[in-house]
Structure formats: structure tokens, C-alpha cells
Design a binder for this molecule. Structure first.
Ligand code: ADP
Ligand code: ASP
Ligand code: MG
Length: 406
């Protein structure tokens, strides 16, 4: 059996924890299985590297940012390989480029295009444990790229797919996927399983326990992913496809995202092509737009508001400032004191009325909704950042998503 395991930053935060991970890896090897281990940077290393970068420049070139951020994972693989070797096992550490993780050119949020597993296969055939640096790859120009924050999960699932692994385990600092972030909602419950589509939606809506692209890749290749704690032996949550006769939950979980900002453009012309122009320019600058609201027209003019991640506000503002006259705008405002709260459940498709319950829960808590967006299996509301915690708890209380586990 071939097992791919991924250990997140908190699981390798110091030498003791690295030794503990080495022990878990050795147990798998001793049970007779091949093992590929993907690791993140130690503890808060990636954040610390970003702070350091911000001391040097306000507008880092993204290529150099990737060069910098990818170093964190390189420290972890070397140390973990040393710790595994100390336990008497043959082991080799490899970077993303060394294992042939090819990505596109989008520095800081590159997509994996292909993995050439030759090196991995030959090292496995030689009986070695392989320790791979998560979060990184290489583009066609042979430059190092990174996969976006939290991207080590994606490295692991993509490697599991490339190697047709039997098992993909994501080890983290909580016992699995919960009905809400257990750090914010103390009575959140661990889910024994969650459907790919629900997990994908939750991940997109801010649940950082899994990287969205990891879920996308797992769904695409039909790989069940076991999310569990590296601090105990409890079973975690299996992310998987729905069974044929399964009735999905109306609401499975609640997510929140603080990495949101709203930009409102005032008094734009109400005529064909205006929205196209604005959002085409934003797309051209590589800005990902999330929620969009256009107000009801009055006197031939509209307001258009949209949200982007906080990290992309500067880029978005530069675009709007450049094109505001083209769309007749009287001005614009950016507000990053907002948060997005969402409920997700695959059963929502066939259950009308969930939106009314969401709005009711927020209204009863005295929370104002600033924007709304919906998908087939999710409903999101933009609220003031300071209200996010109360909003998440109110939604969790209202729906009491189905508990599993303990
Ligand atoms: P790692 O470094 O292991 O990748 P992350 O910090 O990226 O860990 O992800 C784990 C964190 O995800 C948890 O500590 C928890 O606070 C957060 N989280 C957010 N939503 C959820 C959820 N629904 N279930 C479990 N954890 C969640
Ligand atoms: N070290 C990277 C980050 O902090 C990648 C990861 O942890 O998955 O985002
Ligand atoms: Mg993570």
C-alpha cells in the first residue's frame, strides 16, 4: 500500500514535533507500506517571511516572493528527513521542482499542471521514505512557484493522484473538519465525513482546514482524503463522494472569511458594457472578484460594489482609479472592515427557505447584512468584521448542523 501523508505547519513547529512526526512516518513504514510525506513550513515561518519581506518593500515582485516563501518548506523537509534517518530508515528529502511538480506561471498562486513521477517512483522502488516540500512547484521557465497560502494540502493530494496512492492523510492541529471553525465555535462538532462539493464550498468560503484546490483535485481523481490530528490517534473526517442513496444535509457547516474587502463604485452609467468593462479590466490585472452587487438604477446611474481578498485591494483600487472616468463614476470607496459568513449544505438544492433562516438568524442577533451571494449549496452574507464571530455563532446555533464523531 502507498500512503501519502501531509503535515501542516503546527505539526512540525519545533524539533520535538518533527521527531514525533518522524515516529508516525516510521510506524507506517514498519507496517510495510510505502510512504510519501509532504510537509509545510515550520509553525508561522511563512507569515514571518512575509513580515520580513514587507520590511524590505511595499510591492514585492511575485517571482521573488515565491523564491522567498518556498524556503520555509525546504527547512522542514531537511529536518524531517534527518529525524526519519535517526530512526534508522532510508529516506530522502526532495523539493517541489525535484519531484517534477510542474505549474503554470501564476506566481504566488500557481496551479499544478502535471507531476512527473519518475523520480518518486525510483526512490520508492529503492525502499526510501520520501519527504517532499509542499506548497511549491516549478514553471516551464524553471522558476520556482508557490501554490497560494495553504497550498501544501494541494501538493499532497496531487501527489496522491499522480502516484495512484491508496490513502491520502492530511494531518493538522484539529481532529478533523468541524461544523464550524472549532477555535471560534466551541460547540462545533467533528464531522465523520463530508462530501467533496461541500468541502470545496466551505474551503472557498474561508474554512482553511483544507486548501480549495486540494479538494478540487481529490474530487477530480476520486481520492478520499482523511483529515485528522497529528497530536492524537483519533479518526478524523473523510472527504468523499456522496453514496447513491444518501440524503445530504441541508446545512453541513458554517464558514467565515476575514480576508475580504469591499469596493464600491458610485454613480456609474446604466448602459450595456459598463459592468463588462469594469470586470474585464479587473480580470486583466489578475484580481479575483467574489461577490458583486449592482444597485437598482435611478436617473440612469447605478452603484456597483464587489468584494476581493484584502491582499488584492491595492491592485483592484489601481484598476478602478484608472478606468473610473470611462464608466462615468463619481468616485469609489474601499472598505476592508468586513467579513463574509456562510452556511453550506448539499441538501440546500432541494430545500427552499434556507436563505430566509440565514437572514432571520442574523436579524435576531441585530447584525446588518451588507451584501448577499448564493450558490447551489451555499449562502453568504457580508457583515462588519467586528460582527463576524457573533454572526458565525448565531448561524451555527440556528442550524445546529448534524453532529458526528464525539
Ligand atoms: P495546517 O498548518 O495543519 O495546514 P491550518 O491552520 O491551515 O493548519 O488549518 C487548520 C485550522 O483550520 C484549524 O486550526 C482551524 O482553526 C481552522 N478551521 C477553519 N474552519 C474549520 C473547520 N470547519 N473545521 C476544522 N478546522 C477549521
Ligand atoms: N507554508 C504555506 C502557508 O503557510 C503553505 C501551507 O502551509 O500549506 O501558507
Ligand atoms: Mg493549511
Amino acid at each position: 500500500m502507498l500512503v501519502v501523508q501531509k503535515y501542516g505547519g503546527s505539526s512540525v513547529a519545533d524539533a520535538d514535533r518533527i521527531r514525533r512526526v518522524a515516529g508516525r512516518v516510521a510506524d507506517v513504514r514498519k507496517a510495510g507500506h510505502d510512504v510519501v510525506v509532504v510537509v509545510s513550513a515550520m509553525g508561522d515561518t511563512t507569515d514571518e517571511l512575509i513580515s520580513l519581506m514587507n520590511e524590505v518593500t511595499d510591492c514585492p515582485r511575485e517571482r521573488e516572493m515565491d523564491m522567498l516563501l518556498s524556503t520555509g518548506e525546504q527547512v522542514s523537509i531537511a529536518l524531517l528527513a534527518m529525524a526519519v534517518f535517526e530512526l534508522g530508515l532510508p529516506v530522502i528529502s526532495l523539493t517541489g521542482p525535484q519531484v517534477g511538480i510542474l505549474t503554470d506561471d501564476t506566481h504566488t498562486k500557481a496551479r499544478i499542471i502535471d507531476i512527473q513521477p519518475n523520480r518518486l517512483r525510483s526512490e520508492l522502488a529503492a525502499g526510501k521514505v520520501i519527504v517532499v516540500a509542499g506548497f511549491q512547484g516549478v514553471n516551464a521557465a524553471n522558476d520556482i512557484t508557490t501554490l497560494g497560502r495553504g497550498g501544501s494540502d494541494t501538493s499532497a493530494v496531487a501527489l496522491a493522484a499522480a502516484l495512484s496512492a491508496d490513502l491520502c492523510e492530511i494531518y493538522t492541529d484539529v481532529d478533523g473538519v468541524y461544523t464550524a471553525d472549532p477555535r471560534l465555535v466551541p460547540d462545533a462538532k467533528k464531522l465523520p465525513y463530508i462530501l467533496y462539493d461541500e468541502m470545496l464550498e466551505l474551503a472557498h468560503l474561508g474554512a482553511v482546514v483544507l486548501h480549495p484546490r486540494a479538494v478540487e483535485c481529490a474530487k477530480l481523481y476520486g481520492i478520499p482524503v482523511h483529515v485528522r490530528s497529528s497530536f492524537n490517534l483519533n479518526l478524523g473526517t473523510i472527504v468523499r463522494e456522496a453514496g447513491e442513496t444518501e440524503r445530504p444535509n441541508v446545512v453541513t457547516g458554517v464558514a467565515h472569511d476575514l480576508n475580504v474587502a469591499r469596493i464600491a463604485i458610485f454613480d456609474v452609467y446604466d448602459r450595456p458594457g459598463v459592468a463588462h468593462h469594469i470586470f474585464e479590466e479587473l480580470a486583466g490585472a489578475g484580481v479575483n472578484v467574489d461577490m458583486i452587487v449592482q444597485s437598482a438604477m435611478r436617473d440612469g446611474i447605478n452603484d456597483i460594489a464587489f468584494t476581493v481578498s484584502k491582499t488584492e485591494v491595492k491592485k483592484a483600487v489601481a484598476v478602478i482609479d484608472r478606468i473610473k472616468e470611462d464608466v462615468g463614476s463619481g468616485g469609489f470607496a474601499a472598505d476592508d472592515d468586513v467579513a463574509k459568513v456562510s452556511v453550506v449544505g448539499a441538501g440546500m438544492i432541494s430545500h427552499p427557505g434556507v436563505a430566509a433562516h440565514v437572514f432571520g438568524a442574523l436579524a435576531d442577533t441585530g447584525i446588518n447584512i451588507e451584501m448577499i451571494s448564493t450558490s447551489e449549496i451555499g449562502i453568504s452574507c457580508l457583515v462588519k468584521a467586528s460582527e463576524a464571530l457573533r454572526a458565525v455563532r448565531a448561524l451555527h446555533d440556528r442550524f445546529r448542523p448534524p453532529a458526528g464523531g464525539e
